[in-house]
Design a protein around this ligand. Structure first.
Ligand code: PMP
Length: 384
């Protein structure tokens, strides 16, 4: 049975061939620890890291690539963005659709006196940016939100949110886990001070890669210190970027793959990738809409969403649906609660959870048509 992979919101698969080649080539032919000494392998590894940093700078319109620091992914980046900046008494505004990558660090920080305000979203996940403005207080230090929901695919108004942040003199941090590589991200145009990104979703890199863009002039405390390969004569941490935030040997094989993934995106263009995913999502939603007993979540307007489609089938648990899809039909998706209790509360699925289908650039229309047919069979009771 040929499987159909529809869990790209969790991690993209397959990757473009150039990604596998770049990782393999680094591991088999190069090796070397970047920034450690001056042997030729170390220099080659350092060049790979620099090229990946510069490719990201192009993708996000960052003028100085050293302001992008590598981490293990969005989760670590958001922790640095919050814990490195916020002080007791500071206020943070977030949306009602956040992932636990945002909600849980803030829950911890609340114990130290950080105040959290939540801008409510409609059940389809949409946010009126005016709700952010209404929550601004004297102590507000930051607005932080995801660019698109991993539950409903809802695209958040980050350009407007960035404007609210700038007009009120507060920082703006964006969780781009679901959008980097498929939606335009421009740190200048969108007034983004801190951009958290992950490598293994739409950037086509490997798991455990990602990073944080830090706007020039913004002081951020470190969460870890250690060897950077620079200023090795001192026991204090270098104060310049990216070294300040890159203690310990980097994941160079992963960054080689990430660089190749971004190269693929820059070559094809974000628009082409987005257009293909939108066409698949459109086909999927239009097909699922016709199925009796099926509840779809997220905005009805396709322009307001990414390639994430969550649903439930009346009378069935979401886990049962995904089990049948996987075991009987080879259709890979995720069900349950999607690390985002806030989003489930907003969409009314905290009790039920949901089945989530997330097509990617390498899925085809034929695959989507097959999936619709199978779900039709499951919902009609013919396939239990
Ligand atoms: N935010 C959102 C919206 C996500 O979908 C995810 C991944 N599920 C994360 C944050 C966390 O990303 P990572 O696990 O790569 O750190």
């Amino acid at each position: 049975m040929n499987s159909i992979y529809l869990d790209n919101a969790a991690t993209s698969w397959p990757k473009p061939d150039c990604v596998y080649d770049a990782v393999d080539s680094f591991n088999r032919k190069m090796g070397g620890s970047p920034g450690r000494g001056s042997n030729s392998r170390s220099i080659e590894a350092g060049t790979i890291v620099l090229q990946t940093r510069e490719a990201l700078a192009r993708l996000f319109n960052v003028s100085d690539s050293s302001r992008i620091v590598f981490t293990s992914g969005v989760t670590e980046s958001i922790n640095v963005g919050f814990k490195g900046v916020l002080n007791p008494g500071d206020g943070v505004i977030i949306s009602g659709m956040e992932h636990n990558a945002v909600a849980r660090p803030l829950h911890e920080l609340q114990k130290n006196g950080v105040e959290v305000s939540i801008a409510p979203c409609a059940p389809d996940g949409t946010l009126d940016p005016k709700a952010l403005e209404l929550l601004i207080r004297k102590n507000t230090r930051m607005i932080c939100m995801l660019h698109a929901s991993n539950l409903t695919g809802t695209i958040m108004p980050i350009a407007e949110a960035g404007r609210v942040a700038r007009d009120n003199g507060v920082l703006f941090m964006v969780d781009s886990a679901q959008t980097a590589g498929v939606l335009e991200i421009d740190v200048e145009k969108q007034n983004i001070d801190l951009l958290a990104f992950t490598g293994h979703k739409s950037l086509f890199g490997l798991q455990g890669t990602g990073g944080l863009y830090i706007r020039p002039g913004l002081e951020v405390r470190t969460l870890k210190e250690g060897g950077t390969g620079s200023l090795s004569e001192h026991t204090f941490q270098p104060d310049f970027l990216p070294d300040r935030f890159e203690s310990g040997t980097l994941n160079t094989p992963g960054l080689a793959g990430l660089g190749a993934g971004i190269g693929f995106i820059l070559q094809n263009g974000v628009k082409k990738i987005h257009d293909h995913e939108r066409e698949l999502t459109d086909t999927l939603i239009n097909g699922l809409k016709e199925i009796k007993g099926l509840t779809l979540y997220g905005p009805a307007d396709i322009r307001l969403r990414t390639a994430v489609v969550s649903f439930n089938v009346k009378g069935m648990e979401c886990g049962e649906v995904s089990f049948i899809l996987d075991q009987k039909h080879g259709i890979i998706c995720r069900s349950g609660l999607h690390c985002a209790p806030m989003a489930h509360r907003t969409s009314g699925t905290l009790e039920l959870g949901a089945v989530r289908l997330s097509p990617g650039y390498f899925n085809t229309r034929e695959e989507i048509e097959k999936v619709i047919e199978v779900i039709h069979g499951i919902a009609s009771g013919a396939d239990k």
